[in-house]
Design a protein around this ligand. Structure first.
Ligand SMILES: [Zn+2]
Length: 134
């Protein structure tokens, strides 16, 4: 087998394992870095949504979750999957914006998507790409 074949096999295996794994070791290796990136990006987007819409974020938790990318509680606490770090930046940012917008619009109605669109104008395409990641 050629080296190239081995590398492409490895890439496929890696991709599967990253999105499906609940490996404690992988989580431990990345969680601190992921936490700081997520905090930075939340602050970045709150710079937009805070002054314009009065949105304030509660606590931010980063967890080792199987399938959800993120969630938002009624108190404005945000929950993110540490695997966001393995996504392309525009997909990661979309997930973060999505949860921030739920603080104001606790639904997926028109008002919610209008909020998302303010910072992710191409959110429809980004959502499609995100659904392909599995
Ligand atoms: Zn949602």
């Amino acid at each position: 087998m050629k080296l190239f074949d081995l590398r492409s096999m490895f890439r496929i295996r890696l991709k599967r394992s990253v999105y499906r794994t609940r490996s404690r070791r992988l989580y431990e290796a990345h969680k601190e870095n992921v936490r700081s990136v997520i905090h930075d990006r939340v602050n970045h987007f709150i710079g937009h949504y805070g002054p314009r819409h009065g949105i304030a974020v509660g606590r931010i938790a980063v967890r080792n979750q199987k399938s959800r990318w993120g969630s938002c509680s009624k108190k404005g606490n945000l929950n993110f999957n540490y695997k966001l770090t393995f996504l392309p930046p525009e997909l990661r940012d979309y997930v973060i914006v999505h949860e921030i917008c739920h603080i104001k619009e606790f639904n997926h109605g028109r008002g919610f998507w209008d909020l998302v669109k303010e910072t992710v104008p191409d959110y429809k395409e980004v959502r499609k790409k995100l659904k392909e990641v599995r």
